[in-house]
Design a protein around this ligand. Structure first.
Ligand SMILES: [Zn+2]
Length: 413
């Protein structure tokens, strides 16, 4: 009699080897991986050689201002116009309204295979703590399917927005997991950065900043972020999002910034859909892509991610919460080849998990059984064709199912 026991066996899972293997799950963790594992009385699911990846990690998304298309006049004012449009609406947001729009996005993300998420939520005198409280409720109610980190930040500036800092401190005292920032909208960006790093140290929380968001190669705040990271000792605890000046720098300047980021352990997130939509609008028909080349940073050992950012709002009037589609969009825009597809997958899985400080992540014995099954029997094709997620398991429990599409064709008699 076998001493091996488990709750669930996924048979025929294509991991990173040539041939499919079985994954045995016990008490929410991966108990064993190998060929022909004994059934040991477990429930068995045959995956038919389909690709299995660890649950996707969306390290940067705004749930509080998602799904506003029906409520906004279409704005064509770029970044400033988008901030102004949401600022107007924000004062009217109720906790129920934010919860309902956030719920739609969270459920859609779960169905797309996302199992970890960092929600950046605006906390300022217009939003008060209403959005923050709604996200807190979502975090609690969806915890069996999704680990949600709550990152609070001042979208419209800090030093120029009286009352914002007090509200942020209140959120941090009431369950916010980490602190965000947005120095590019502040009249005193250096002052904002100082306050953010001091507060992060006071509360012992990580930082995830909206950094620069334009294609002017000058005036980057990356050096200052690295300096403060070194001074605070916050290595591997600071991430910056957008950082699109990296897409506009000369080669020597880019190389110098890469070395600086690496030395300070500062992570970088690209947000391809928003970066493409908002950047370069004033340049005309030869508009650049305007996305930080995070695959090049990752090659140098910098922790990076690709994330959703916005869904159906003035910042990005697109989105289906598919991280696989977002990474595919990035690869397409950045001229990446199939040799790069695995590295791109890491930007929505392993590397993004590192950025969020997750432990127990990845399809390895002993780790949490957070798994997504894609409708593909080849990893390259899964990435290139944006294969549909068919099944998801969070801590070994099934969280969704999407039956494959079926074709009905009349055949000649
Ligand atoms: Zn953002």
């Amino acid at each position: 009699m076998s001493l091996f026991t488990c709750d669930l066996i996924l048979r025929g899972a294509l991991l990173d080897k040539e041939t499919p293997e079985d994954i045995a799950i016990s008490d929410g963790r991966i108990a064993s991986i190998g060929a022909d594992l004994p059934a040991a009385g477990a429930v068995e699911i045959d995956l038919g050689g389909r690709v299995v990846l660890p649950g996707f990690v969306d390290s940067h998304i705004h749930l509080d201002k998602a799904c506003l298309l029906c409520r906004c006049q279409h704005t064509s004012g770029g970044l400033k116009g988008a901030i102004a449009a949401v600022s107007q609406l924000k004062a009217e947001f109720t906790a129920d309204d934010v919860y309902e729009r956030g719920r739609r996005v969270v459920e859609q993300a779960i169905l797309q295979g996302t199992m970890h998420m960092r929600a950046h939520t605006e906390v300022d005198p217009r939003a008060g703590l209403r959005s923050f409280n709604a996200i807190k409720q979502l975090k609690s109610e969806y915890r069996s399917c999704l680990d949600l980190q709550s990152c609070v930040f001042p979208q419209e500036g800090l030093t120029n927005d009286p009352g914002a800092s007090e509200l942020l401190l209140e959120a941090l005292s009431n369950g916010a997991d980490l602190l965000g920032g947005c120095p590019y909208t502040d009249t005193a960006p250096y002052e904002q950065l100082n306050w953010l790093f001091k507060t992060a140290r006071d509360f012992d929380v990580d930082l995830d900043l909206h950094l620069d968001f334009d294609l002017d190669p000058s005036g980057s705040l990356l050096d200052e972020v690295c300096r403060l990271t070194d001074q605070t000792g916050w290595h591997n605890r600071v991430a910056v999002g957008h950082a699109t000046k990296l897409a506009a720098m000369t080669e020597p300047s880019f190389t110098a910034h890469v070395a600086r980021l690496k030395a300070s352990g500062v992570a970088v997130t690209a947000l391809p859909s928003t970066d493409l939509y908002l950047n370069g609008r004033d340049i005309g028909s030869l508009s650049p892509r305007g996305i930080a080349p995070v695959h090049l940073l990752a090659e140098q050992g910098i922790t990076c991610s690709i994330a959703t950012n916005n869904v159906l709002n003035p910042f990005t009037p697109f989105g289906d919460c598919s991280l696989l589609r977002m990474a595919n969009l990035y690869a397409n825009c950045m001229h990446l080849s199939p040799d790069d597809f695995d590295a791109c997958l890491s930007l929505i899985t392993h590397s993004a998990a590192r950025l969020m400080g997750l432990s127990d992540y990845g399809v390895m014995v002993g780790n949490a059984a957070d798994l997504v099954v894609l409708d593909a029997t080849n990893r390259l094709e899964a990435f290139g064709a944006i294969a549909q997620p068919l099944l998801g398991f969070k801590s070994g429990k099934q969280t969704f199912e999407r039956p494959p599409a079926r074709l009905f064709r009349e055949t000649a008699k």
